[in-house]
Design a protein around this ligand. Structure first.
Ligand SMILES: *[C@@H]1O[C@H](CO)[C@@H](O)[C@H](O)[C@H]1NC(C)=O
Ligand SMILES: *[C@@H]1O[C@H](CO)[C@@H](O)[C@H](O)[C@H]1NC(C)=O
Ligand SMILES: *[C@@H]1O[C@H](CO)[C@@H](O)[C@H](O)[C@H]1NC(C)=O
Ligand SMILES: *[C@@H]1O[C@H](CO)[C@@H](O)[C@H](O)[C@H]1NC(C)=O
Ligand SMILES: *[C@@H]1O[C@H](CO)[C@@H](O)[C@H](O)[C@H]1NC(C)=O
Ligand SMILES: *[C@@H]1O[C@H](CO)[C@@H](O)[C@H](O)[C@H]1NC(C)=O
Ligand SMILES: *[C@@H]1O[C@H](CO)[C@@H](O)[C@H](O)[C@H]1NC(C)=O
Ligand SMILES: *[C@@H]1O[C@H](CO)[C@@H](O)[C@H](O)[C@H]1NC(C)=O
Ligand SMILES: *[C@@H]1O[C@H](CO)[C@@H](O)[C@H](O)[C@H]1NC(C)=O
Length: 553
């Protein structure tokens, strides 16, 4: 089987351009046509709906522990993009509440703990408040206990696991850098999910503190994932056994979240080190993940529920805003993110409730789940910083890309290109007719691949049960006045706040939505955002947020 990236290498060698980085003409709405003011209002309304559904313990009733962390991350992300700090003090309170029954955010499931670290790292980026660095560090140390060092590997033992460790796997390479998925001493699973979260958390801490401990950890996690859990399609595999007696068995299931985690980890790592080989690998991974996880319309559709995916869009959004890809790939990725945004607001919500469904292809679902709301919110936050349209031009009708789509990417400098396969293609193919044939079979391959994916159950570690915590959408009862309990009324603006009304699918909202009266000066916020965003040259400028904020302290 030929992966998309290999095909693109072939195209580059033979024709001097790639087609893989050009949005397919089947992509639904790759241009954003609504104003920044409307985008801010949409994200803000979706945040408010979630804040109302939090229990007094700051968690979402009936949902997994880490769902709150992912929502907190979006509260911080909104403040980053808006250059605001309206959720700063609330988040301090919420992260403290999350530790009441979970010292150091401990959980039986490592990715749950590490999701708090990830959210705290992003909150530190938003506010530069050392309290968030402390939260991130606590989660990191908890995860560190379940992450293999070379010393652990050499001794064949980890204190918290009761079996003999596998020392080397793929191509005789060390297992150091792997993170176990769960704390049960007998469970051998080292997962991409746990290692990926630990990679991002380590990289964010390295960026924030310049402590070499974290940079070494990030590089070790990255090497582990690249060596043991990177598939021939250039996307991330599910897990590998860390138990010596299991002969390094790998589970090849493809979950978009795992690739998203590695993308964000590599984006942070590359912005720190400017290492050209991690940059190139990041580019391949972004491109392959977009090709692999899009449905026919370019919308992420994962598993039997056709779910969107927050970690994939966060990863791609970070790669774009940190400007660590080529300009062509960035434009391609931004068009992909725009497709997700347009799908979410057109197809995944009813237009009045501000509640978003798990499936971005729709239909809307009236039942609120933080596990569905946060992924949609993630895309809304990213979309505030996206250009209105991308400079990529779709292929012209005869099948060859328009001249303006010519990329500058250079396959021969690409360290992850796979020469034997390229060579085989070169040997067997002459001329443009064959090029078109390959494009058709790539399309067919993607289709088949996609249909297989749809058949499998995809929810993995990410989803919660379908429940309605507060029937009728009422506020949770604000019963507790104790300073340790979460009081949503500190943030909820209720009916004063404008509600987003979905524009019919092709029509943009005419007037910016501005509240008559609200605790947050939304009109002021929108004015500032417009000033910040429109003063940039979108063809070459970096999207907000300003990542210099909070770095190097
Ligand atoms: C994007 O388009 C909208 C609607 O046409 C416009 O109001 C807004 O100013 C544009 N934003 C940018 C950054 O070009
Ligand atoms: C963000 O806001 C702070 C003050 O709140 C200001 O000093 C800073 O210049 C702003 N940054 C940007 C990029 O607008
Ligand atoms: C939490 O972390 C601190 C140090 O970071 C450690 O002393 C403490 O034992 C940890 N608690 C748990 C329950 O892991
Ligand atoms: C490892 O721990 C599990 C319980 O988590 C137990 O059932 C098993 O017997 C232990 N194995 C060894 C070799 O101690
Ligand atoms: C890897 O994941 C699969 C599916 O979640 C699971 O069945 C399997 O046990 C895991 N592998 C290991 C080594 O735990
Ligand atoms: C860049 O990263 C690669 C892969 O991690 C590593 O082998 C190489 O030494 C790094 N180069 C520099 C200059 O740090
Ligand atoms: C997106 O916008 C650009 C610039 O206005 C335009 O050239 C292009 O045709 C648009 N693409 C689509 C798919 O509407
Ligand atoms: C492409 O790679 C070749 C060989 O590594 C190099 O000489 C050339 O400058 C590269 N071109 C670009 C545009 O990076
Ligand atoms: C993004 O990176 C490129 C080089 O990789 C650089 O030329 C460009 O100026 C950067 N853009 C911004 C806004 O920093």
């Amino acid at each position: 089987m030929l992966a998309a990236a290999q095909i693109s290498v072939f195209f580059t060698l033979f024709t001097g351009f790639t087609v893989a980085q050009v949005p397919s003409r089947t992509w639904r709405k790759p241009n954003i046509t609504i104003s920044i003011a409307d985008r801010v209002a949409i994200a803000d309304s979706a945040l408010q709906v979630g804040i109302k559904r939090m229990g007094t313990d700051g968690e979402f009733p009936g949902e997994a522990y880490d769902q709150a962390a992912k929502f907190y991350l979006q509260m911080a992300a909104f403040d980053v993009i808006a250059n605001q700090s309206q959720y700063h003090s609330s988040l301090l309170q919420l992260f403290n509440l999350a530790q009441v029954n979970h010292a150091n955010f401990s959980s039986d499931v490592l990715p749950e703990t590490l999701a708090y670290g990830y959210a705290a790292g992003r909150a530190y980026m938003a506010y530069s408040d050392p309290a968030f660095l402390k939260f991130a560090t606590e989660a990191w140390w908890f995860g560190r206990q379940y992450t293999l060092t070379q010393i652990d590997v050499d001794s064949g033992k980890l204190a918290l696991k009761n079996f003999t460790l596998a020392q080397v796997c793929t191509q005789g390479e060390t297992m150091a850098g792997g993170t176990f998925q769960i704390t049960d001493p007998a469970d051998p699973e080292i997962s991409a999910n746990a290692a990926g979260f630990f990679l991002i958390l380590s990289a964010l801490l390295a960026e924030a503190t310049s402590d070499p401990l974290y940079l070494e950890a990030a590089e070790q996690s990255f090497k582990f994932m690249h060596t043991h859990l990177f598939g021939s399609q250039n996307v991330v595999l599910e897990n590998i056994s860390g138990r010596a007696s299991d002969s390094c068995v790998v589970n090849n299931f493809l979950n978009p979240a795992n690739s998203g985690l590695m993308i964000e980890g590599l984006a942070v790592l590359t912005s720190i080190t400017q290492n050209s080989s991690t940059r190139a690998l990041l580019g391949d991974l972004v491109e392959a993940a977009i090709e692999t996880y899009q449905g026919g319309q370019g919308i992420i559709e994962f598993g039997s529920t056709q779910a969107g995916d927050m970690l994939l869009t966060e990863g791609i959004g970070s790669a774009c805003s940190r400007n660590v890809t080529t300009a062509d790939l960035r434009a391609f990725a931004e068009a992909f993110l725009a497709v997700q945004f347009n799908a979410i607001i057109d197809l995944a919500t009813d237009g009045t409730s501000n509640i978003y469904a798990n499936a971005w292809v729709g239909p809307p679902n009236p039942n609120f789940l933080a596990g569905s709301q946060s992924p949609a919110l993630g895309v809304m936050n990213i979309a505030i910083g996206l250009p209105n349209y991308t400079v990529v031009t779709p292929p012209s009708p005869n099948g060859s890309p328009a001249p303006s789509a010519l990329p500058s990417r250079n396959a021969s400098s690409n360290p992850t290109a796979r020469p034997p396969i390229v060579g085989a293609i070169i040997g067997g193919v002459v001329g443009v007719v064959a090029v078109i044939g390959l494009a058709v079979s790539l399309w067919a391959f993607r289709r088949r691949f996609w249909q297989r994916r749809k058949g499998s159950d995809a929810e993995g570690h990410m989803a919660g049960p379908e429940i309605t915590p507060f029937p009728g959408g009422d506020l949770p009862p604000a019963t507790v006045n104790s300073s340790s309990a979460w009081d949503a009324t500190t943030l909820v603006r209720g009916e004063k706040h404008p509600r987003y009304r979905a524009a019919s699918s092709s029509q943009a909202l005419e007037d910016p939505i501005v509240p008559a009266s609200a605790s947050l000066p939304t009109a002021e916020l929108v004015r500032m955002l417009n000033q910040r965003l429109q003063s940039r040259d979108w063809d070459e400028a970096e999207a907000p947020p300003d990542y210099a904020l909070g770095r190097g302290h």
